[in-house]
Write a protein that binds this ligand. Structure first.
Ligand SMILES: NC(=O)c1ccc[n+]([C@@H]2O[C@H](COP(=O)([O-])OP(=O)(O)OC[C@H]3O[C@@H](n4cnc5c(N)ncnc54)[C@H](OP(=O)(O)O)[C@@H]3O)[C@@H](O)[C@H]2O)c1
Length: 219
């Protein structure tokens, strides 16, 4: 059993936090408010190993912490979580810096071009081991990839080899049998773009029950 902090109260946070509890861990969900209704309801529904508090409470509680907040506000949320509470820990970053306008999705200019959100999160928390993953797949599939007939691919990246290995273990526990190490945290540029590409496909398919698969075998 391990202690996890999950920053966020949206669909992603609830899916991740519930799976971590199901796997036998203790989980604290964090929010801007210790009395957040969604987090309080989630904790009530998930038994004695589930709790909720502020972003700082959850960051301090977790040995490993998931960042599942709205991407354009991620640095604000991580500032509230506190660099001291995250020092030396693994931060699994699932956030995307998207802006929705005129029926289209784009990357917030502050997190595109010569940088991306994953890099800025790592720059903001230099003593935290940031690993970016599961930001290119719908929330319902994040802990349920085995539902598909063929294994989708879980891309991940980060600067610390040990942290990436640990996160690969978490992905395996979530059911991901096909994982792919993209390299250092700057590779988040591409998985954040892949997550944007996911959105129009979701619009066309009308379902979240699918994923990307990397195919390399020749006939
Ligand atoms: N939904 C998906 O299927 C999916 C798939 C892949 C990646 N993602 C990424 O995963 C992240 C979570 O997505 P989501 O749909 O579950 O939730 P979301 O609605 O994008 O984010 C909700 C969370 O963001 C926090 N937040 C909003 N504004 C804030 C601010 N000004 N300062 C600090 N925190 C703020 C909220 O805090 P409070 O709890 O205090 O309200 C809440 O916990 C996003 O970055 C999204 O791009 C989502």
């Amino acid at each position: 059993m391990k202690k996890y902090g999950v920053l966020g109260t949206g669909d992603v946070a609830r899916v991740i936090a519930s799976k971590l509890v199901e796997l036998g861990n203790e989980v604290m969900m964090g929010s801007r408010s210790a009395a957040n209704e969604k987090a309080t309801a989630w904790a009530r529904e998930n038994g004695e190993r589930a709790s909720n508090g502020t972003f700082a409470d959850a960051a301090a509680f977790g040995e490993v912490v998931f960042n599942c907040v709205k991407g354009v506000h991620a640095l604000e949320a991580l500032g509230l979580a506190g660099a001291d509470n995250l020092r030396g820990k693994i931060l699994v970053d699932q956030s995307n810096p998207y802006v929705y306008r005129d029926g289209h999705i784009s990357l917030d200019p502050a997190y595109s071009g010569d940088t991306c959100l994953g890099e800025e999160v790592q720059r903001f928390l230099p003593e935290t081991k940031v690993v970016k993953t599961l930001n290119f797949i719908g929330s319902v599939m994040m802990t349920n990839p085995g539902e598909l007939a063929e294994a989708p691919t879980a891309f991940y990246c980060g600067n610390d080899a040990g942290a990436k290995e640990a996160v690969k273990g978490i992905l395996n526990a979530f059911g991901w049998t096909d994982t792919f190490d993209m390299g250092d945290i700057s590779m988040s540029r591409y998985t954040e773009m892949l997550g944007a590409f996911w959105v129009p496909l979701f619009g066309q398919l009308g379902t979240m029950h699918w994923g990307f698969r990397l195919v390399t075998d020749l006939k």
